[in-house]
Design a protein around this ligand. Structure first.
Ligand code: MG
Length: 455
């Protein structure tokens, strides 16, 4: 049975995510891992995460494994710790930016990268097999707490930016932690970078009382009002597990994730004199324009950070990431990293010596429109065939890497079934906002036509 989506297992607590489910998951991990090197375990600030962590840790110990408990940390901080505590596998208990009723599991390989689909398939098979015997009383494993995760991670980031130059700028930053795991790392990171930090939603609370956990423009209105009100240089917001960062400029205007990706890509292409940038098929054409100008190359992948990070590893990429603000800095590690994104943007602003809005103004200008539509069928293959037909147009190139992307001379539209929810996502991009809107509408009509063709 398929349990892992594009970003691990995410289920509703008390519905599918029960103590029995958590035990079955931990037993499966214990089965596929040889007894020997430890298994690292960290979790986010969701209401069920600490209890799920006890079940997972206890089950692994009863199956004979050694467990290193890292406590509440951002997902990238756990990924950073896995190789550094010598673990053979890492488990993260998180549901990232999902609504508060969700929680879930994500697995990290020994090198800190997200586990491959092969590992997930082995886990899914082990979860549906009859459970093996647990260890006898004299061959139990053990668990220990590791308090060093946050400090270790912050050192890693601070060593990879020009901290003295950032500190000298005395930035004023409003930081919105979404009541999530970043509360244990990002305020301290910004203080160590010499910033005056105003923190919103800075205590951990898995009910997400401040705002929904996804850092979208609609969810960041409080941040957008606070930044100009306190005279800050910029605002930074994380999602619940802090593998993403979103930004607002000094006037309080939200900066779409694809613009931050393009801004940092330009900086890195200039400094590296070219190089490979990896982004999913949802990536902005602005990055292609920059790569052409600066001697770089864009490699597109399927949606989902495992696809991006593994392609980055294969191609020795300079930089990569997703248009939702999940950016990956190979000089630190091959993981989406919200705190590193914050530090990298401050580094760029400190060196460019101008406000964020001015740095962004020089980028190739595109507008991206995103729509979510209901997906009332599970006949995905037939739907994709119908979409391919509906999105064909004179001069269009169809890309079938993930969903159906119709690339036109003046823009593109992509329709793909979501990997985490029963939805179809439509992405469209063009230089002119009206054209981007028209392409998105074309995507919507293509969905109607393709769905009508199924009956
Ligand atoms: Mg996340």
């Amino acid at each position: 049975m398929r349990l892992f989506g594009t970003n691990g297992i995410r289920e509703v607590v008390g519905d599918r995510l029960t103590p029995e489910f958590a035990t079955r998951f931990a037993t499966a991990v214990a089965t596929i891992c040889p007894v020997g090197p430890p298994i690292a375990l960290g979790w986010d600030g969701r209401t069920a995460s600490p209890a799920l962590a006890r079940i997972v840790s206890g089950t692994l110990v009863l199956m004979g494994h050694r467990v290193v408990e890292l406590g509440i940390l951002p997902t990238p901080a756990i990924q950073w710790s896995v190789p550094r505590v010598g673990a053979q596998l890492g488990i993260i208990i998180t549901a990232s930016h999902n609504p508060p009723e969700f929680d879930g599991f994500k697995c990290i390989a020994a090198d800190g990268l997200e586990a491959t689909r092969e590992t997930e398939i082995r886990l899914e098979q082990a979860m549906s097999a009859p459970p093996p015997r647990s260890a006898p009383f004299d061959r139990l494993g053990s668990s220990r707490h590791d308090e060093g995760g946050a400090a270790r991670y912050l050192e890693g980031i601070l060593e990879r930016v020009d901290a003295p130059t950032i500190v000298a700028r005395h930035f004023v930053v409003v930081l919105d932690c979404a009541n999530g795991a970043s509360a244990v790392t990002s305020p301290e990171l910004l203080r160590r970078l010499g910033c005056q930090v105003v923190t919103l939603n800075g205590h951990i609370d898995g009910t997400f009382p401040g705002r929904p956990s996804e850092p979208t423009e609609a969810n960041l209105t409080h941040l957008a009002r606070t930044v100009p009100a306190v005279g800050a240089d910029l605002g930074i917001a994380h999602d619940g597990d802090a593998d993403r960062a979103a930004f607002v400029d000094a006037t309080g205007r939200f900066v779409p994730g694809e613009k931050i990706l393009a801004l940092l890509a330009r900086d890195r292409l200039r400094r590296g004199r070219g190089g490979v940038i990896v982004t999913p098929v949802t990536g902005s054409r602005a990055v292609e324009d920059l790569a052409r100008e600066l001697g770089g190359q864009v490699v597109y992948t399927r949606v989902g950070s495992p696809s991006v990070t593994h392609a980055m590893q294969e191609r020795s990429a300079l930089f990569g990431g997703e248009e939702n603000g999940g950016l990956i800095f190979p000089e630190l590690h091959l993981a989406r990293d919200g705190a590193m994104t914050a530090a990298a943007v401050l580094d760029l602003l400190a060196h460019e010596g101008r406000p964020l809005a001015e740095s962004l103004a020089g980028l190739p200008s595109y507008t991206m429109v995103k729509l979510k539509l209901p997906l009332p069928t599970d006949r995905r293959e037939e739907l994709l065939t119908g979409l391919t037909r509906a999105l064909a147009a004179p001069g269009a190139e169809i890309v079938a890497l993930d969903g159906v992307k119709s690339v036109r001379p003046d823009g593109w539209v992509l329709v793909r079934p979501s990997g985490t929810e029963p939805l179809l996502r439509v992405f469209a991009e063009a230089k002119e906002p009206a054209r981007a809107q028209a392409l998105a509408e074309e995507g919507r009509r293509a969905v109607e036509v393709a769905l009508a063709g199924l009956v």
